[in-house]
Design a binder for this molecule. Structure first.
Ligand code: NAD
Length: 478
């Protein structure tokens, strides 16, 4: 029998004995993998206190020294890449190839943010007065609470920790209760470095307990949250009494617009990848398609063939696959219910359309739905599964209007050979990101941010880095 590991919270560089009451299971077969703690109120207090205690000295170090720790951690991540990828696949369900990409991208991200150490800049402003200098300084906020989702759990640690630490903040991370193992393994690697105690801490538990304690706490200076719109909204309410600064990366309902002059082969490949990668559980991937009538039949036929060819199942047991399971039973039930509702409203199942008969895991068939309309829930709500609803449009104007008519505004994509159509769509689509003729994945030097309910603030690049600072303007009259 496999040994069940009991993980412990990581506070001030020590693994603290805790009651391991949360079970973590493999979504591909529902087997128990580990038990992790539900951190107590005292442990959350201790983690925030450790981060507060460490922060001043940490910020006082030269940025290049802080960056050196990020590089050390990146190197340890690379040394353990294969082991970490297997752990991520086991607890999250993504295929091994994607887990490897996630681990390597995480190491690259730590290195990338470390590079900013010599590029952090303030400003010198022109004064209205004789003999006065005005300096705009950028300073760390203090203690960051990083609250993570389960879909890219390992990368999200770095996306929050790296900009926080290089700018002089300290951090307390709460992983998702679905995928905490990789975060504790990351903490083990941190513990092998000489990172000062309290700079990086992990407390595990549910959102209703540990998440709420962190977000209501007056000792937290920034809540950096990635997750659903509903939770984001609850976190805003929890942060309100203390006016705690927020950085919210929330859900998406990315439209993909396929015009009649598109390279259909490319569009089919990219949109399939969008729905298959991580089993469709990606905030920025295509969740609804608007295809121009002239090419609709051809596109739908090719999409159906492409989705039907997806090899899916248990990634660790079955080897080379395109897609694993959904994260849990609730996710499976939600996707199945959304498809049932859509077909009840007149959508046509072109391929898939049912829970897959694959043992105890949470597998859903890769699915294409044609004949969808803009009033259907499947075209308006986040599916977060391998299901693609398609709506036919008459032209680009209609596609843009429908795409913008959404409470989400994270990413969008357009497939066309016309430069003017691409430019017009870029100008008129009201989203944080638009991808033209390419897959929906952002670059670490870009700025990943959503309009409307998709979030407040953003991540990555220079603009993401400065989310972890506040400005301090100093007027010096000489
Ligand atoms: P979720 O909102 O259910 O949970 C995210 C985290 O919030 C978990 O750690 C959870 O424990 C915690 N949480 C739950 N309730 C809380 C509360 N009241 N107070 C504080 N913390 C609380 O989201 P999820 O299901 O883990 O992730 C999927 C969602 O994340 C999708 O909507 C997806 O689009 C979104 N997402 C967005 C991005 C982005 O960059 N915009 C990236 C990845 C995922």
């Amino acid at each position: 029998m496999t040994e069940i590991i009991h993980y412990q919270n990581f506070i001030a560089n020590a693994f603290v004995p805790s009651d391991p009451s949360i079970e973590v299971r493999n979504p591909a077969n529902n087997q128990l993998l580990a038990r992790v703690p539900e951190a107590s109120g005292e442990q959350v207090e201790a983690a925030i206190a450790a981060a507060r205690h460490a922060q001043k000295n940490w910020a006082a170090r030269p940025a290049i020294e802080r960056a050196g720790y990020l590089r050390k951690i990146a190197s340890k991540v690379r040394d353990n890449a294969e082991r970490l990828a297997h752990l991520i696949t086991a607890e999250q369900g993504k295929v091994l190839g994607l887990a490897r990409v996630e681990v390597n991208f995480t190491a690259d991200y730590l290195d990338y943010m470390a590079e900013w150490a010599r590029r952090l800049e303030g400003e010198v402003l022109t004064s209205d007065r004789v003999g006065e200098n005005i300096f705009l300084l950028r300073k760390p906020l203090g203690v960051v609470a990083g609250i993570l989702p389960w879909n890219f759990p390992f990368f999200l640690i770095a996306r929050k920790m790296a900009p926080a630490l290089v700018t002089g903040n300290t951090i307390v991370i709460k992983p998702s209760e679905e995928t905490p193992i990789n975060c504790f393994e990351f903490a083990r690697l941190v513990a092998e470095t000489d990172l000062p105690p309290g700079v990086f801490n992990v407390v595990s538990g549910t959102g209703a307990t540990v998440g709420q304690r962190l977000t209501r706490h007056a000792g937290v200076d920034l809540i950096s949250f990635t997750g659903s719109v509903d939770t984001g909204s609850r976190i805003m309410a929890a942060a309100a009494p203390n006016i705690t600064k927020l950085n919210l990366e929330l859900g998406g309902k990315a439209p993909a617009i396929v015009l009649a002059d598109a390279d259909l082969e490319l569009a089919v490949k990219a949109v399939t990848a969008s729905r298959v990668i991580n089993t469709g559980q990606v905030c920025n991937c295509a969740e609804r398609v608007y295809v121009e009538r002239k090419v609709a039949d051809q596109f739908i036929e090719q999409m159906a063939a492409s989705m039907a060819a997806t090899r899916y199942g248990d990634p660790l047991a079955e080897g080379d696959l395109d897609m694993g399971p959904l994260i849990n039973q609730a996710a499976l039930d939600k996707v199945a219910q959304m498809v049932r509702t859509a077909t009840g409203q007149g959508a046509e199942v072109v391929t898939g359309g049912a829970v897959a008969d694959k043992g105890a895991g949470f597998h859903y068939q890769p699915t294409v739905l044609a004949g969808c309309g803009s009033d259907m829930a499947i075209m308006r709500q986040e599916i977060f599964g391998p299901v693609l609803p398609i709506q036919i449009v008459e032209d680009l104007d209609e596609a843009i209007a429908l795409a913008n008519d959404s409470e989400y505004g994270l990413t969008s994509s357009v497939y066309t050979r016309s430069l003017s159509a691409a430019m017009r769509a870029s100008n008129e689509l009201d989203f944080g990101e638009t991808y033209i003729n390419r897959e929906n994945f952002e670059a670490m030097q870009g700025f990943h941010a959503g309009a409307r309910k998709s979030g407040i603030g953003g991540a990555d690049g220079k603009h993401g880095l400065y989310e972890y600072t506040h400005t301090h303007v100093v007027y010096i009259q000489i």
